[in-house]
Design a protein around this ligand. Structure first.
Ligand code: SF4
Length: 502
Protein backbone atom coordinates (compact mmCIF):
# COMPACT_ATOMS: atom_id res chain seq x y z
CA UNK A 1 0.00 0.00 0.00
CA UNK A 2 2.96 2.33 -0.23
CA UNK A 3 1.44 4.02 -3.29
CA UNK A 4 -1.77 4.74 -1.39
CA UNK A 5 0.12 5.95 1.64
CA UNK A 6 2.00 8.39 -0.56
CA UNK A 7 -1.21 9.93 -1.83
CA UNK A 8 -2.15 13.56 -1.34
CA UNK A 9 -4.58 15.24 1.05
CA UNK A 10 -4.55 13.95 4.55
CA UNK A 11 -2.71 10.69 3.94
CA UNK A 12 0.77 10.55 5.41
CA UNK A 13 3.57 11.14 2.94
CA UNK A 14 5.93 9.40 5.33
CA UNK A 15 4.10 6.19 4.65
CA UNK A 16 3.42 5.52 8.32
CA UNK A 17 0.05 5.09 9.90
CA UNK A 18 -0.34 5.81 13.58
CA UNK A 19 -0.05 2.60 15.62
CA UNK A 20 -3.69 2.90 16.66
CA UNK A 21 -6.08 5.13 14.75
CA UNK A 22 -7.29 8.13 16.69
CA UNK A 23 -10.89 8.55 17.73
CA UNK A 24 -12.23 5.20 16.67
CA UNK A 25 -15.87 4.67 17.62
CA UNK A 26 -15.34 2.35 20.50
CA UNK A 27 -18.49 1.81 22.49
CA UNK A 28 -17.22 -0.31 25.34
CA UNK A 29 -16.92 1.38 28.72
CA UNK A 30 -14.34 -0.40 30.76
CA UNK A 31 -16.05 -3.74 30.35
CA UNK A 32 -14.45 -6.64 28.50
CA UNK A 33 -16.72 -9.00 26.56
CA UNK A 34 -17.04 -11.72 29.26
CA UNK A 35 -18.38 -9.22 31.81
CA UNK A 36 -20.74 -7.47 29.39
CA UNK A 37 -21.93 -10.82 27.99
CA UNK A 38 -22.76 -12.16 31.44
CA UNK A 39 -24.98 -9.13 32.12
CA UNK A 40 -26.66 -9.44 28.72
CA UNK A 41 -27.37 -13.12 29.34
CA UNK A 42 -29.24 -12.24 32.51
CA UNK A 43 -31.62 -9.94 30.58
CA UNK A 44 -34.44 -12.27 29.54
CA UNK A 45 -36.31 -9.56 27.60
CA UNK A 46 -33.20 -8.85 25.52
CA UNK A 47 -32.70 -12.54 24.81
CA UNK A 48 -36.33 -12.95 23.76
CA UNK A 49 -36.13 -9.91 21.41
CA UNK A 50 -32.89 -11.19 19.86
CA UNK A 51 -34.04 -14.78 19.45
CA UNK A 52 -37.27 -13.69 17.75
CA UNK A 53 -35.54 -11.29 15.34
CA UNK A 54 -32.56 -13.46 14.38
CA UNK A 55 -34.71 -16.58 13.92
CA UNK A 56 -37.03 -14.78 11.53
CA UNK A 57 -34.21 -13.11 9.49
CA UNK A 58 -32.36 -16.44 9.27
CA UNK A 59 -35.44 -18.20 7.91
CA UNK A 60 -36.07 -15.45 5.33
CA UNK A 61 -32.46 -15.56 4.17
CA UNK A 62 -32.48 -19.35 3.85
CA UNK A 63 -35.67 -19.20 1.73
CA UNK A 64 -34.39 -16.68 -0.83
CA UNK A 65 -30.89 -18.17 -1.01
CA UNK A 66 -32.42 -21.58 -1.81
CA UNK A 67 -34.13 -20.02 -4.84
CA UNK A 68 -30.82 -19.46 -6.62
CA UNK A 69 -29.24 -22.59 -8.09
CA UNK A 70 -25.96 -20.68 -8.64
CA UNK A 71 -25.68 -19.24 -5.12
CA UNK A 72 -22.33 -20.92 -4.46
CA UNK A 73 -20.96 -19.61 -7.79
CA UNK A 74 -22.14 -16.12 -6.85
CA UNK A 75 -20.33 -16.39 -3.51
CA UNK A 76 -17.18 -17.49 -5.29
CA UNK A 77 -17.46 -14.59 -7.75
CA UNK A 78 -18.00 -12.09 -4.90
CA UNK A 79 -15.00 -13.43 -3.03
CA UNK A 80 -12.81 -13.29 -6.18
CA UNK A 81 -13.79 -9.68 -6.98
CA UNK A 82 -12.95 -8.62 -3.44
CA UNK A 83 -9.60 -10.44 -3.52
CA UNK A 84 -8.74 -8.74 -6.83
CA UNK A 85 -9.74 -5.35 -5.42
CA UNK A 86 -7.69 -5.73 -2.26
CA UNK A 87 -4.70 -6.88 -4.30
CA UNK A 88 -4.63 -3.58 -6.20
CA UNK A 89 -6.43 -1.26 -3.82
CA UNK A 90 -4.18 1.75 -4.33
CA UNK A 91 -4.64 1.66 -8.12
CA UNK A 92 -8.43 1.41 -7.89
CA UNK A 93 -8.60 4.24 -5.35
CA UNK A 94 -6.58 6.52 -7.62
CA UNK A 95 -8.88 5.66 -10.50
CA UNK A 96 -11.95 6.36 -8.36
CA UNK A 97 -10.57 9.76 -7.36
CA UNK A 98 -9.86 10.63 -10.98
CA UNK A 99 -13.34 9.65 -12.21
CA UNK A 100 -15.20 11.20 -9.27
CA UNK A 101 -13.32 14.48 -9.71
CA UNK A 102 -13.90 14.52 -13.49
CA UNK A 103 -17.64 14.52 -12.80
CA UNK A 104 -17.49 17.54 -10.48
CA UNK A 105 -17.10 15.83 -7.09
CA UNK A 106 -14.32 16.45 -4.54
CA UNK A 107 -12.34 13.64 -2.92
CA UNK A 108 -10.80 13.97 0.56
CA UNK A 109 -8.42 11.47 2.18
CA UNK A 110 -8.60 10.80 5.92
CA UNK A 111 -6.04 8.74 7.80
CA UNK A 112 -8.20 8.30 10.86
CA UNK A 113 -11.40 9.24 12.63
CA UNK A 114 -10.10 12.59 13.84
CA UNK A 115 -9.14 13.67 10.33
CA UNK A 116 -12.40 12.43 8.83
CA UNK A 117 -14.45 14.28 11.45
CA UNK A 118 -12.47 17.48 10.87
CA UNK A 119 -13.08 17.27 7.13
CA UNK A 120 -16.82 16.60 7.42
CA UNK A 121 -17.39 19.19 10.14
CA UNK A 122 -15.48 21.79 8.10
CA UNK A 123 -17.62 21.08 5.02
CA UNK A 124 -20.88 21.31 7.00
CA UNK A 125 -19.88 24.62 8.58
CA UNK A 126 -18.74 25.92 5.19
CA UNK A 127 -22.21 25.12 3.85
CA UNK A 128 -23.65 27.25 6.68
CA UNK A 129 -25.74 24.38 8.10
CA UNK A 130 -26.54 23.77 11.75
CA UNK A 131 -28.51 20.59 11.05
CA UNK A 132 -27.75 17.63 8.75
CA UNK A 133 -29.79 14.59 7.71
CA UNK A 134 -28.02 11.25 7.68
CA UNK A 135 -28.43 8.01 5.80
CA UNK A 136 -27.73 4.98 7.98
CA UNK A 137 -23.96 4.58 7.94
CA UNK A 138 -21.89 2.36 10.20
CA UNK A 139 -18.65 4.01 9.14
CA UNK A 140 -19.86 7.34 10.55
CA UNK A 141 -20.62 5.46 13.80
CA UNK A 142 -17.09 4.06 13.65
CA UNK A 143 -15.57 7.56 13.60
CA UNK A 144 -18.07 9.02 16.09
CA UNK A 145 -19.21 11.65 13.58
CA UNK A 146 -22.42 12.66 15.36
CA UNK A 147 -20.49 13.60 18.50
CA UNK A 148 -17.93 15.55 16.48
CA UNK A 149 -20.72 17.45 14.72
CA UNK A 150 -22.48 18.12 18.03
CA UNK A 151 -19.23 19.55 19.42
CA UNK A 152 -19.22 21.97 16.48
CA UNK A 153 -22.85 22.97 17.15
CA UNK A 154 -24.35 20.85 14.36
CA UNK A 155 -27.36 18.61 15.00
CA UNK A 156 -27.14 15.29 13.10
CA UNK A 157 -30.50 13.62 12.46
CA UNK A 158 -30.59 9.89 11.78
CA UNK A 159 -33.29 9.15 9.23
CA UNK A 160 -33.22 5.34 9.09
CA UNK A 161 -36.09 4.16 11.33
CA UNK A 162 -33.95 1.86 13.49
CA UNK A 163 -31.15 4.44 13.77
CA UNK A 164 -33.74 7.05 14.74
CA UNK A 165 -35.03 4.74 17.51
CA UNK A 166 -31.46 4.31 18.76
CA UNK A 167 -30.75 8.04 18.59
CA UNK A 168 -33.99 9.09 20.32
CA UNK A 169 -33.49 6.39 22.96
CA UNK A 170 -29.95 7.75 23.71
CA UNK A 171 -28.92 4.20 23.02
CA UNK A 172 -26.24 2.40 20.98
CA UNK A 173 -26.73 0.28 17.85
CA UNK A 174 -26.56 -3.45 18.56
CA UNK A 175 -26.67 -4.87 15.04
CA UNK A 176 -25.06 -3.80 11.76
CA UNK A 177 -28.30 -3.81 9.82
CA UNK A 178 -31.00 -3.68 12.46
CA UNK A 179 -29.47 -1.30 15.02
CA UNK A 180 -32.53 -1.47 17.30
CA UNK A 181 -32.87 -5.27 17.18
CA UNK A 182 -32.72 -5.33 20.98
CA UNK A 183 -35.93 -3.24 21.25
CA UNK A 184 -39.49 -4.51 20.94
CA UNK A 185 -42.36 -2.38 19.67
CA UNK A 186 -43.71 -1.49 23.12
CA UNK A 187 -40.31 -0.06 24.02
CA UNK A 188 -40.20 1.86 20.72
CA UNK A 189 -43.61 3.41 21.36
CA UNK A 190 -42.42 4.58 24.77
CA UNK A 191 -39.29 6.16 23.24
CA UNK A 192 -41.31 7.98 20.57
CA UNK A 193 -43.80 9.35 23.08
CA UNK A 194 -41.02 10.48 25.38
CA UNK A 195 -38.57 11.94 22.87
CA UNK A 196 -40.42 12.88 19.70
CA UNK A 197 -41.95 16.28 20.41
CA UNK A 198 -44.53 15.89 17.64
CA UNK A 199 -45.72 12.31 18.41
CA UNK A 200 -49.48 11.76 18.80
CA UNK A 201 -50.21 10.97 22.49
CA UNK A 202 -52.64 8.26 21.28
CA UNK A 203 -49.81 6.46 19.43
CA UNK A 204 -50.15 2.67 19.62
CA UNK A 205 -47.41 0.04 19.29
CA UNK A 206 -48.77 -1.11 15.93
CA UNK A 207 -45.73 -1.25 13.56
CA UNK A 208 -47.57 0.78 10.90
CA UNK A 209 -48.48 3.51 13.39
CA UNK A 210 -44.90 3.66 14.65
CA UNK A 211 -43.52 3.93 11.10
CA UNK A 212 -46.04 6.67 10.26
CA UNK A 213 -45.05 8.68 13.36
CA UNK A 214 -41.39 8.49 12.30
CA UNK A 215 -42.28 9.37 8.70
CA UNK A 216 -44.14 12.55 9.72
CA UNK A 217 -41.36 13.53 12.12
CA UNK A 218 -38.65 13.10 9.48
CA UNK A 219 -40.49 14.67 6.53
CA UNK A 220 -40.01 18.18 7.93
CA UNK A 221 -36.30 17.50 8.44
CA UNK A 222 -35.78 16.29 4.86
CA UNK A 223 -37.39 19.37 3.40
CA UNK A 224 -35.33 21.86 5.39
CA UNK A 225 -31.89 20.15 5.41
CA UNK A 226 -29.04 21.88 3.58
CA UNK A 227 -26.58 19.01 3.98
CA UNK A 228 -26.97 15.24 3.64
CA UNK A 229 -24.41 12.75 4.97
CA UNK A 230 -24.15 9.15 3.86
CA UNK A 231 -21.90 6.14 3.80
CA UNK A 232 -21.58 4.01 0.67
CA UNK A 233 -22.14 0.31 0.12
CA UNK A 234 -20.02 0.34 -3.02
CA UNK A 235 -17.97 2.71 -5.16
CA UNK A 236 -17.18 1.79 -8.76
CA UNK A 237 -13.63 2.80 -9.70
CA UNK A 238 -14.25 2.51 -13.44
CA UNK A 239 -17.02 5.15 -13.48
CA UNK A 240 -16.60 7.09 -10.21
CA UNK A 241 -20.11 6.02 -9.15
CA UNK A 242 -21.22 5.72 -5.51
CA UNK A 243 -23.99 3.33 -4.48
CA UNK A 244 -26.25 3.16 -1.42
CA UNK A 245 -28.82 0.41 -0.87
CA UNK A 246 -31.64 0.72 1.67
CA UNK A 247 -35.18 -0.38 2.42
CA UNK A 248 -37.07 2.70 3.53
CA UNK A 249 -36.54 5.45 0.95
CA UNK A 250 -35.18 7.81 3.61
CA UNK A 251 -31.74 7.38 2.09
CA UNK A 252 -32.88 8.58 -1.31
CA UNK A 253 -34.37 11.70 0.32
CA UNK A 254 -31.02 12.47 1.96
CA UNK A 255 -29.11 11.78 -1.24
CA UNK A 256 -31.24 13.97 -3.48
CA UNK A 257 -32.87 16.83 -1.53
CA UNK A 258 -30.03 18.73 0.21
CA UNK A 259 -27.72 21.02 -1.76
CA UNK A 260 -24.55 19.50 -0.27
CA UNK A 261 -23.92 15.76 -0.08
CA UNK A 262 -20.99 14.33 1.89
CA UNK A 263 -20.22 10.61 1.70
CA UNK A 264 -17.83 8.93 4.12
CA UNK A 265 -16.55 5.59 2.89
CA UNK A 266 -13.99 3.06 4.11
CA UNK A 267 -11.35 2.53 1.40
CA UNK A 268 -12.24 -1.18 1.15
CA UNK A 269 -15.75 -0.53 -0.21
CA UNK A 270 -14.50 -0.02 -3.75
CA UNK A 271 -15.18 -2.43 -6.65
CA UNK A 272 -13.24 -2.25 -9.91
CA UNK A 273 -15.98 -2.29 -12.53
CA UNK A 274 -19.63 -1.49 -13.08
CA UNK A 275 -20.38 -5.16 -13.91
CA UNK A 276 -19.15 -6.18 -10.43
CA UNK A 277 -22.24 -4.57 -8.94
CA UNK A 278 -24.28 -7.28 -10.68
CA UNK A 279 -22.79 -9.84 -8.30
CA UNK A 280 -23.01 -7.83 -5.10
CA UNK A 281 -26.52 -6.52 -5.70
CA UNK A 282 -27.66 -10.15 -5.71
CA UNK A 283 -25.54 -11.28 -2.75
CA UNK A 284 -26.22 -8.38 -0.40
CA UNK A 285 -30.04 -8.17 -0.13
CA UNK A 286 -30.49 -11.94 0.09
CA UNK A 287 -27.87 -12.21 2.83
CA UNK A 288 -28.93 -9.08 4.69
CA UNK A 289 -32.71 -8.82 4.88
CA UNK A 290 -33.72 -11.96 3.02
CA UNK A 291 -35.00 -9.93 0.08
CA UNK A 292 -34.46 -10.68 -3.61
CA UNK A 293 -33.38 -7.10 -4.26
CA UNK A 294 -33.06 -3.95 -2.24
CA UNK A 295 -36.19 -1.80 -2.37
CA UNK A 296 -34.06 1.32 -2.99
CA UNK A 297 -30.74 1.27 -4.84
CA UNK A 298 -29.40 4.80 -5.33
CA UNK A 299 -26.35 5.56 -7.48
CA UNK A 300 -24.78 8.88 -8.33
CA UNK A 301 -21.78 9.91 -10.36
CA UNK A 302 -20.62 13.42 -9.53
CA UNK A 303 -22.90 16.38 -10.18
CA UNK A 304 -25.78 16.79 -12.63
CA UNK A 305 -26.46 20.55 -13.09
CA UNK A 306 -29.90 21.50 -11.81
CA UNK A 307 -30.66 18.01 -10.49
CA UNK A 308 -29.86 16.86 -6.95
CA UNK A 309 -26.95 18.02 -4.79
CA UNK A 310 -24.68 20.57 -6.48
CA UNK A 311 -21.81 20.23 -4.03
CA UNK A 312 -20.69 16.59 -3.72
CA UNK A 313 -17.86 15.25 -1.54
CA UNK A 314 -16.34 11.84 -0.90
CA UNK A 315 -14.23 11.26 2.21
CA UNK A 316 -12.07 8.13 1.82
CA UNK A 317 -11.27 6.74 5.25
CA UNK A 318 -8.34 4.54 6.23
CA UNK A 319 -8.64 4.32 10.05
CA UNK A 320 -6.61 1.11 10.40
CA UNK A 321 -7.59 -0.49 7.12
CA UNK A 322 -4.15 -0.35 5.49
CA UNK A 323 -2.72 -1.96 8.62
CA UNK A 324 -5.34 -4.73 8.31
CA UNK A 325 -4.47 -5.09 4.64
CA UNK A 326 -0.86 -5.78 5.57
CA UNK A 327 -1.96 -8.78 7.66
CA UNK A 328 -1.93 -11.66 5.17
CA UNK A 329 -4.23 -13.87 7.25
CA UNK A 330 -6.64 -11.16 8.35
CA UNK A 331 -6.95 -9.01 5.22
CA UNK A 332 -9.88 -11.04 3.91
CA UNK A 333 -11.99 -9.40 6.63
CA UNK A 334 -11.81 -6.24 4.50
CA UNK A 335 -13.95 -8.04 1.91
CA UNK A 336 -16.96 -7.72 4.23
CA UNK A 337 -20.03 -6.15 2.60
CA UNK A 338 -21.73 -5.63 6.00
CA UNK A 339 -24.70 -7.86 5.25
CA UNK A 340 -24.82 -9.08 8.90
CA UNK A 341 -25.71 -12.67 7.96
CA UNK A 342 -22.91 -13.85 10.24
CA UNK A 343 -24.48 -12.02 13.20
CA UNK A 344 -27.86 -13.64 12.62
CA UNK A 345 -26.26 -17.08 12.32
CA UNK A 346 -23.99 -16.80 15.36
CA UNK A 347 -25.15 -18.64 18.51
CA UNK A 348 -23.08 -16.29 20.68
CA UNK A 349 -24.52 -13.11 19.13
CA UNK A 350 -28.05 -14.50 19.38
CA UNK A 351 -27.68 -14.86 23.13
CA UNK A 352 -25.77 -11.73 24.12
CA UNK A 353 -26.63 -9.16 21.42
CA UNK A 354 -24.41 -6.47 20.00
CA UNK A 355 -23.67 -4.21 22.97
CA UNK A 356 -21.55 -6.85 24.69
CA UNK A 357 -18.97 -6.59 21.90
CA UNK A 358 -18.31 -2.96 22.82
CA UNK A 359 -17.71 -1.98 19.21
CA UNK A 360 -19.77 -0.56 16.38
CA UNK A 361 -18.98 -3.83 14.61
CA UNK A 362 -20.57 -6.60 16.70
CA UNK A 363 -20.93 -10.34 16.10
CA UNK A 364 -18.42 -12.59 14.36
CA UNK A 365 -17.22 -9.97 11.86
CA UNK A 366 -16.89 -7.46 14.71
CA UNK A 367 -14.81 -9.93 16.71
CA UNK A 368 -12.43 -9.93 13.73
CA UNK A 369 -12.64 -6.35 12.46
CA UNK A 370 -12.45 -4.48 15.75
CA UNK A 371 -9.10 -5.99 16.86
CA UNK A 372 -7.74 -5.48 13.34
CA UNK A 373 -8.87 -1.87 13.03
CA UNK A 374 -8.25 -0.69 16.55
CA UNK A 375 -5.62 -3.10 17.83
CA UNK A 376 -5.72 -6.38 19.74
CA UNK A 377 -4.91 -4.66 23.04
CA UNK A 378 -8.26 -2.87 23.31
CA UNK A 379 -10.19 -5.90 22.09
CA UNK A 380 -8.30 -8.74 23.73
CA UNK A 381 -11.38 -10.78 24.59
CA UNK A 382 -13.22 -10.45 21.26
CA UNK A 383 -11.42 -13.20 19.30
CA UNK A 384 -12.51 -15.56 22.08
CA UNK A 385 -16.19 -14.53 21.79
CA UNK A 386 -16.93 -17.43 19.47
CA UNK A 387 -17.62 -21.14 19.65
CA UNK A 388 -15.79 -21.55 16.28
CA UNK A 389 -18.81 -23.51 15.05
CA UNK A 390 -18.32 -22.13 11.53
CA UNK A 391 -21.93 -20.97 10.99
CA UNK A 392 -20.62 -17.49 10.10
CA UNK A 393 -18.43 -18.88 7.32
CA UNK A 394 -21.27 -20.97 5.91
CA UNK A 395 -23.54 -17.94 5.43
CA UNK A 396 -20.97 -15.30 4.45
CA UNK A 397 -21.75 -14.17 0.88
CA UNK A 398 -18.09 -13.39 0.19
CA UNK A 399 -16.74 -16.51 1.90
CA UNK A 400 -14.73 -14.80 4.63
CA UNK A 401 -13.24 -17.57 6.74
CA UNK A 402 -14.00 -15.89 10.07
CA UNK A 403 -13.18 -18.92 12.28
CA UNK A 404 -9.66 -19.13 10.83
CA UNK A 405 -9.06 -15.40 11.36
CA UNK A 406 -10.32 -15.73 14.94
CA UNK A 407 -7.84 -18.53 15.58
CA UNK A 408 -5.11 -16.37 14.00
CA UNK A 409 -6.01 -13.44 16.29
CA UNK A 410 -6.10 -15.74 19.33
CA UNK A 411 -2.57 -16.87 18.45
CA UNK A 412 -1.45 -13.22 18.26
CA UNK A 413 -3.00 -12.58 21.64
CA UNK A 414 -1.22 -15.58 23.19
CA UNK A 415 2.08 -14.49 21.59
CA UNK A 416 1.68 -10.99 23.01
CA UNK A 417 0.95 -12.43 26.48
CA UNK A 418 4.01 -14.67 26.26
CA UNK A 419 6.47 -11.77 25.86
CA UNK A 420 8.96 -11.64 28.74
CA UNK A 421 7.24 -10.57 31.93
CA UNK A 422 8.42 -10.66 35.48
CA UNK A 423 5.63 -12.86 36.80
CA UNK A 424 4.08 -15.32 34.30
CA UNK A 425 0.28 -15.13 34.00
CA UNK A 426 -1.95 -17.95 35.35
CA UNK A 427 -2.42 -19.45 31.88
CA UNK A 428 1.33 -19.47 31.14
CA UNK A 429 2.02 -20.92 34.60
CA UNK A 430 -0.54 -23.71 34.11
CA UNK A 431 0.95 -24.57 30.71
CA UNK A 432 4.50 -24.62 32.13
CA UNK A 433 3.40 -26.95 34.91
CA UNK A 434 1.59 -29.21 32.44
CA UNK A 435 4.68 -29.31 30.17
CA UNK A 436 6.88 -30.24 33.15
CA UNK A 437 4.50 -32.96 34.34
CA UNK A 438 4.07 -34.46 30.88
CA UNK A 439 7.78 -34.58 30.06
CA UNK A 440 8.56 -37.50 32.44
CA UNK A 441 6.63 -40.82 32.77
CA UNK A 442 6.84 -40.88 36.55
CA UNK A 443 5.74 -37.25 36.84
CA UNK A 444 2.88 -37.87 34.41
CA UNK A 445 1.65 -40.90 36.36
CA UNK A 446 1.82 -38.89 39.60
CA UNK A 447 -0.10 -36.01 37.99
CA UNK A 448 -2.80 -38.44 36.83
CA UNK A 449 -3.13 -39.85 40.33
CA UNK A 450 -3.32 -36.34 41.76
CA UNK A 451 -5.92 -35.34 39.15
CA UNK A 452 -8.20 -38.05 40.43
CA UNK A 453 -8.56 -36.08 43.68
CA UNK A 454 -10.80 -33.78 41.63
CA UNK A 455 -13.37 -36.60 41.66
CA UNK A 456 -14.13 -35.55 45.22
CA UNK A 457 -15.48 -32.24 43.86
CA UNK A 458 -17.85 -33.91 41.40
CA UNK A 459 -21.61 -34.08 41.68
CA UNK A 460 -23.84 -36.10 39.40
CA UNK A 461 -21.00 -36.73 36.97
CA UNK A 462 -19.93 -33.03 36.68
CA UNK A 463 -17.44 -30.73 38.36
CA UNK A 464 -19.03 -27.32 38.63
CA UNK A 465 -16.38 -25.42 40.59
CA UNK A 466 -12.59 -25.70 40.79
CA UNK A 467 -10.15 -23.57 42.84
CA UNK A 468 -8.08 -20.75 41.16
CA UNK A 469 -6.52 -20.62 38.61
CA UNK A 470 -8.73 -23.45 37.25
CA UNK A 471 -11.83 -21.53 38.40
CA UNK A 472 -11.57 -19.46 35.16
CA UNK A 473 -12.60 -22.63 33.31
CA UNK A 474 -15.47 -23.63 35.60
CA UNK A 475 -16.84 -20.07 35.78
CA UNK A 476 -18.22 -20.59 32.27
CA UNK A 477 -18.56 -24.37 31.89
CA UNK A 478 -18.46 -27.64 33.79
CA UNK A 479 -15.27 -29.67 33.91
CA UNK A 480 -15.34 -33.36 33.08
CA UNK A 481 -14.82 -35.79 35.95
CA UNK A 482 -11.51 -37.73 35.68
CA UNK A 483 -12.16 -41.45 35.13
CA UNK A 484 -11.88 -43.84 38.08
CA UNK A 485 -8.75 -45.43 36.61
CA UNK A 486 -6.03 -44.10 34.33
CA UNK A 487 -5.31 -45.57 30.92
CA UNK A 488 -2.14 -47.16 32.25
CA UNK A 489 -3.99 -48.83 35.09
CA UNK A 490 -6.57 -50.11 32.63
CA UNK A 491 -3.83 -51.39 30.30
CA UNK A 492 -2.00 -53.14 33.07
CA UNK A 493 -5.16 -54.81 34.27
CA UNK A 494 -6.24 -55.88 30.79
CA UNK A 495 -2.82 -57.33 29.94
CA UNK A 496 -2.15 -58.96 33.22
CA UNK A 497 -1.49 -62.65 33.34
CA UNK A 498 -5.02 -64.23 33.72
CA UNK A 499 -3.76 -66.21 36.72
CA UNK A 500 -2.58 -63.03 38.39
CA UNK A 501 -5.86 -61.35 37.59
CA UNK A 502 -7.76 -64.17 39.20
S1 SF4 B 1 -18.42 -11.17 7.35
FE1 SF4 B 1 -19.64 -11.94 5.64
S2 SF4 B 1 -21.58 -12.53 6.61
FE2 SF4 B 1 -20.55 -11.18 8.07
S3 SF4 B 1 -21.31 -9.13 7.63
FE3 SF4 B 1 -19.44 -9.39 6.43
S4 SF4 B 1 -20.11 -10.12 4.45
FE4 SF4 B 1 -21.82 -10.42 5.84
Amino acid sequence: MSTFLGMPRGVSKEGQLPAAPRGVGHLRGEEPFPVAARRALADSQLRANLAKATTSIRAKRARVVAELPDWEELRTAGSAIKARTLGNLDGYLELLEERFTERGGTVHWARDAVEANQIVTGLVLEAGACEVVKVKSIVTDEIGLNDALAAAGVNAIETDLAELIVQLGHDRPSHILVPAIHRNRAEIREIFLREMGDADPALTDDPQALAEAARLHLRRKFLSAQVGISGANFAVAQTGTLCVVESEGNGRMCLTLPRTLITVMGIEKIVPEWADLGVFLQLLPRSATGERMNPYTSMWTGIVPGDGPQDVHLVLLDNGRTAALADQAGRQALACIRCSACLNACPVYERVGGHAYGSVYPGPIGAVLSPMLTGIKDNASLPFASSLCGACYDVCPVKIDIPSILVHLRARHVEAARRPRRVPGPEAMTMEMAAWAMSGPARFAAAQRAGRIARLASRRGRIRRLPPPLSAWTSARDAPVPPGQTFRQWWQREHQDPDERA
